[in-house]
Design a protein around this ligand. Structure first.
Ligand code: ZN
Length: 204
């Protein structure tokens, strides 16, 4: 079994400090999954582990689709590990769309893959587009989960923020649960020696 937290730390993808997230909330930790996936060997290792879980569940997957941009590396490696085709969905004028000549066969069994699932909003939008084009969503996958959604088999309860449908499986390699605070309640702000900094564009 892999130690996901250690892999994130080793790749400087789990940062500790005082961060201002795109939501306006403050956090002591910040995940930068692109840093984990920048080494193809690590990406391959993680995707193989995820593929193993999916195969063990006997889920029939014919195609992997990721929402751009964050999900693409994880989804591509997962598709390789599962031996299936990969496509991605992207936003055009804020609307999730399938472009670039990507095709979905009628009733094709599609797994949606992200790097990290927070509430699953983008993953769900990608799933909606696939369904409108005639595909069938069979499940969701991510390298890591922020603890709002419940990994199938974990026994943990899904929080109200999670947007993934409860009737479909969700595969991930582990949970990263940490508190986020309003500025008024932020212990780092109260402590006073640091100011919250913006680490990336979207806080994931
Ligand atoms: Zn703060």
């Amino acid at each position: 079994m892999i130690n996901l937290e250690q892999i994130y730390k080793d790749n400087k993808a789990l940062l500790e400090g005082h961060f201002l997230l795109s939501s306006g909330k403050h956090s002591k930790y910040y995940l930068q999954s692109a840093k984990v996936l920048e080494d193809p060997k690590t990406a391959e290792l993680l995707a193989k582990e995820l593929a193993k879980k999916i195969k063990q569940s006997n889920l029939d997957v014919e195609l992997v689709c990721s929402p751009a941009l964050g999900g693409i590396l994880a989804g591509y490696e997962l598709a390789r590990a599962l031996g299936v085709r990969f496509i991605f969905a992207e936003r055009v004028d804020k609307k999730m769309t399938i472009r670039r000549g990507f095709e979905i066969e009628p009733k094709q069994k599609v797994l949606i893959c992200e790097d990290i699932i927070t509430t699953g909003g983008s993953a769900l939008e990608a799933a909606d587009v696939i369904e409108k084009l005639g595909g069938e969503i069979v499940g969701f996958a991510a390298i890591a989960n922020r603890g709002f959604c419940s990994i199938t088999g974990s026994g943990k309860e899904q929080k109200k923020e999670c947007k993934l449908p409860k009737n479909l499986p969700f595969f991930a390699l582990g949970d990263f649960e940490f508190e986020i605070y309003d500025q008024d309640n932020c212990p780092m702000c109260k402590e006073g020696s640091t100011k919250a900094v913006k680490p990336g564009s979207r806080g994931n």
